[in-house]
Write a protein that binds this ligand. Sequence first.
Ligand code: AMP
Ligand code: MG
Length: 416
Amino acid sequence: MVAHVMPTDRLSSVDEHVERVVGALEPLPPYDQPLLEALGLPICEDVVAPMDLPSFDNSAMDGYAVYFDDVATASQDRPVHLPVVGEMAAGQTRLFALSPGTAVRIMTGAPVPQGADAIVPVEWTDGGVAAVRVMQAPKRDEHIRHAGEDVRTGDVLLQDGAVLGPRQLGLMASVGKAQVRSRPRPRIVIMSTGAELREPGSSLGHDSIYDANSYMLAAAARSAGAIAYRVGIVSDDPGEFRDALSDQLVRADLVVTSGGVSKGAYDVVKEVLSELGTVSFGEVAMQPGKPQGFGFVGEDATPILTLPGNPVSSYVSFEVFVVPAIRRMMGKLPYRRPMVRALCGQGFSSVPGREQYVRAQFEIDARGAHVHPVGGHGSHLMGDLSDANALIVVPAEVTSIDPGSQVHVLVLDRDF
Ligand code: AMP
Ligand code: MG
């Protein structure tokens, strides 16, 4: 495993680490998936229309199908009387040919009878059942939706790589496609390590804390389009971690761990994975989130990203490294969340030599896009993290931000 090896003598930049991760991963092989499964995924085929839309001429109104020439002179003062010789509702299969001098009652979406070249809306008539009085003339062809006017057989409806949203999915269904070829959602196994962790809902000892990370990261994985498998808490025992990991590999396209990668004793993730020689641990010049590990484990060389345990570090690392990994596996571009520019309402300082990710609130109003930092710097501050909807990204060489200056911002919780 050479591609992902991290230098141990110097810090990697964020960009280098993103490239290392994304560059070592392959998109998952595509297969035909039921439409709703593919929502939000890029498709892996050009979709060509197998049929016309509409597929037959049909009525755009509830009313009467007529020969235009029969009703051309109809007016309030000089209505035209026509016998009604039949009725056509949507879903009606019986084909109908209309004779001149007659009308057929027709409902929206019903096939237009052969010969008819206008629809008189019911509002322009007396609504008769056996015979109808037409009091206003339509134009020729009016209120008829023609076969193929929307989509023609052979049209390219979606190109390879297009992301299937609700409207595109509706179009696929309209032309009768039940499945579409796309890469599957990556299955992400999320494991929290730490002897101090307890499951929310259980009781806490004086020295324990609730496991926030596995929930937060599983939610973030799901938001990024992946399938998240949240594994219960794993303690700091190497054997337990090793067993839990090998049990999980069968259902993982990617494993994400939190905690246990610092320099302390009981840093179980680092201890166990370092022995394998296929996962490297290094430091990334960022704050929060300096300790990062990446590599491959198990028979199938399943990729693994090991994130630091402090919740804010864990979240920021997920956003910066795991989201691009998920998108790479889904074949979704761009891998990285595009940054937007905003005016920063408040000055602050930033450590030199580290790209800083500052929790912030971002807002667009009449004055444009602006942002201001929220809360403190501590990587344990969950309340502040929850108040934030954005991260201000301060480049490594910048040490202070003046109030009113332009900054780069990652606006969270948006698809891109
Ligand atoms: P570690 O990286 O394991 O040394 O953890 C760093 C800090 O993050 C410690 O204060 C941990 O208690 C805390 N921490 C680790 N994992 C979690 C978690 N899953 N949820 C909340 N806090 C955590
Ligand atoms: Mg720990």
